[in-house]
Design a protein around this ligand. Sequence first.
Ligand code: PLP
Length: 432
Amino acid sequence: MSLTHTTSQELFQRAQQSIPGGVNSPVRAFRAVGGQPLFLKSAKGAFLYDEDGNQYLDMINSWGPMILGHAHEIIEKAVRDALPGSLSFGAPTKREVEMAELIISMIPSVEKVRMVNSGTEATMSAIRVARGYTNRDKIIKFEGCYHGHGDSFLIAAGSGAVTLGVPDSPGVTKGVANDTLTAPYNDLAAVQTLIDANPAQIAAIILEPVVGNMGLVPPAEGFLQGLRDLCTKEGIVFIFDEVMTGFRLARGGAQELFGVTPDLTTLGKIIGGGMPVGAYGGKKEIMNAVAPAGPVYQAGTLSGNPIAMSAGLAALTYLNEHVEVYTQLQQISDKLVTGTKKNMQELGMNYTLNQVGSMFSLFFTEQPVTDFASAKTSDLQLFGKYFHEMLQRGIYLAPSQFETLFVSAAVTDELAEQYLTANREAIQAIKA
Ligand code: PLP
C-alpha cells in the first residue's frame, strides 16, 4: 500500500539549496513528524494531489482558509471575473467598501475594519492601535497561543514555534520581550496577578478565543467573560484573535458562539478565500486612532488588493447566505470525532480529543488538555507515527501535535467513513 514520493523528495532536495529549510513556512517541513514534506500540485473539493500523483483527503485545508473545500466554483469565478480589471491599483476600490460592510454585518463588534495581507499583520497592527489608544506599552498573551510572527508575539508562542522548539525566537529584543507578559490559558487568576503587578500599564489582552495553535483547546466556562470583565474594569483593550476561528466556528466567529464581545478582532484565513488577506477591526472609537483618521500608523501597498478582495468577498458572501454550512460542518465533524473516540475505545486507547465545531485535535495523552502545559504531555513520537500511518492511507493531517485539524464542507459522509477506517487502522498500527 506504500505511496511513492520520489518527485516530492527530489523537489525537497532542490528546495533546500535555495529556500531556508526548503519551505516558506516552518511547519511545512515535517520536522515534528519526521520524513519529508509532500510537494502539492493541485486540489479539488476535499482532495489534494501531490507531484507524484497521489491523492489525499485534506484535513488541514491550507490551515483553515478552504472551509468550502478547494477550487470552489463561486470563489474561482470571482477571481476570474476580477482578473481583467487590474491585479492591483494601490488606490481605493468599491470592493473594499463592500468587504468592510460585509464584515461589519457578520461580526457586530466590528464597527470599523482595516484590511491587511496576513493574520500576522492584523495582530501586529491591532496591538499597535491598542498601545496608541491606551498610551500603555505592555500586553498580555497566553502560553501556547500563536498570533503570527510579529516580535511581540514570539514569546511562549504555540504552533510552528513550539513545534520547532523555539518558543522564544532569537532576534526578538529584550525590550520587546519585556513588554509581553504571559499567563497560562484558562487561568483567570494568573491574569489578575499580572494586572495587579503592572497597574495601569497593560494596553491589551490578546488571545485565541478557541486555541488552535497548541492543538485545539477550548476556553473553560467563564474564562472569556472573566477576561472581558477584567478588561472593562482596567481600561484594557480586549482582543480576540479570530484568524482561525473567524467565519469558521459560526458566521460571526467565536464571539458569536460564546456570546462574549471583544473590543478588537483580528481576522485572516477564510476572509481571503485562499488569497493572502487579513483584517483588524472593532470599536469605532479605537479604530478611529488608525491613520489617516488618527495618529497610529499602519499601511500596505497591496492592502485591499482587488483579486484578494474578490476571492474573500465571494467566500464570505457564500457563508453569510448559507449559514446551513455551519450545521453541516458541525455534523460531519461530530461524526469524525465520535467515530475516532469509538475506534480508540474498541482498541483500548484512551487519548484526549478536543473539538469545537469544525476544529478538532487528537492528543496522544490521557490527560485532559486545557492549556499549553497539558498539551505538552502528549507523546510526540506516537503522534509522528500516527501522522505517517494516516498519510500512507491517503489522509493529510497537520504535521504537528500542536495544530488543529480543519474540516471543510467538502467532506461527505462517505469520506468521513474513509477517514475513520484509516484512523482505526492507523491506531492499530501504532499500537502494534
Ligand atoms: N493568529 C492566529 C490565531 C493564527 O492561527 C495565525 C496563523 O496560523 C496567525 C495569527 C498568523 O496568520 P498568518 O499566518 O496569516 O500571518
